[in-house]
Design a protein around this ligand. Structure first.
Ligand SMILES: NC(=O)c1ccc[n+]([C@@H]2O[C@H](COP(=O)([O-])OP(=O)(O)OC[C@H]3O[C@@H](n4cnc5c(N)ncnc54)[C@H](OP(=O)(O)O)[C@@H]3O)[C@@H](O)[C@H]2O)c1
Length: 226
């Protein structure tokens, strides 16, 4: 199950896993935004998933189970940015970003966990960010929502480890997608390519239960990690 597959990182990990032979259940708001070769493939199911709809995880999960009979990996990429700084951020903006970036993956993880436990080697990949590991700007809604995603990943990891579920908080810095198209301090060519990140993510997904990567930190520029 992959959310956010219409664009950016989600689209890249969908292509990477499809190429590797996985059957994909793509949860999207607009199926027409998906690549036609994916939509036409019998190894791909397209389901309605709006991260702002609290009933969406149950519908998407049920549709996936009815189609595939099982769920082995869930990759949550749907997310939004927020430009508002600490000094002027509104309560509405804090709630909007929290609902999509933090509440949505929490409800999705809760919904799919029984299937991941049943798999025996379930994988949950949550797109957090380097902005969920350290603070380098004043975009408070985004940063706090991503710190919470890292916390969510560790919570599920602790709770489901015994059943073979391995959880990874994916924490890139700048990746060349629509979300970073307006970034000025890093040029597009300096950013990590979505396909490169997708390759790393597939490697983590396909590792055995005895090699768990709890956090995947990926930098495109040097920064102090100590
Ligand atoms: N790009 C970076 O540098 C970077 C760095 C660190 C972390 N991340 C995180 O990685 C994830 C993917 O980012 P990206 O750069 O690939 O972003 P993107 O290119 O802007 O794509 C965002 C994706 O999320 C989907 N989405 C947004 N709101 C949604 C909703 N309410 N319901 C369902 N889907 C929704 C979008 O679907 P639509 O096409 O329907 O809008 C799109 O597929 C995000 O969580 C982001 O915070 C990105």
């Amino acid at each position: 199950m992959i959310s956010g597959a219409t664009r950016g990182i989600g689209r890249a990990i969908a292509a990477e896993l499809h190429q590797a032979g996985w059957a994909l259940s793509l949860g999207v708001r607009d199926p027409s935004a998906l690549p036609s070769e994916l939509v036409a493939d019998e190894r791909v199911l397209v389901s309605d998933y709006d991260a702002g709809d609290q009933d969406a995880p149950a519908r998407w999960h049920a549709a996936t189970r009815a189609w595939a009979g099982r769920v082995d990996a869930v990759v949550h990429c749907a997310g939004v940015n927020s430009p508002q700084p600490l000094t002027t951020v509104t309560a509405e903006e804090m709630e909007r970003v929290w609902r999509i970036n933090t509440l949505a993956p929490t409800l999705l993880a809760q919904e799919v966990l029984p299937s991941l436990r049943r798999s025996g080697s379930g994988r949950l990949m949550l797109l957090a960010s380097m902005s969920g590991k350290r603070i380098r700007n004043d975009k408070v809604a985004y940063g706090t929502s991503k710190f919470a995603v890292v916390g969510l990943a560790h919570t599920v990891r602790e709770q489901a480890w015994a059943d073979g579920v391995r959880v990874c908080a994916v924490c890139p810095s700048f990746v060349r997608t629509d979300m970073t198209a307006q970034a000025t301090k890093v040029t597009a060519d300096e950013m990590t390519q979505p396909a490169t990140l997708a390759h790393l993510m597939r490697t983590v997904i396909e590792l055995p239960n005895t090699a768990s990567v709890a956090e995947l930190l990926v930098n495109c520029r040097l920064e102090d990690m100590l």
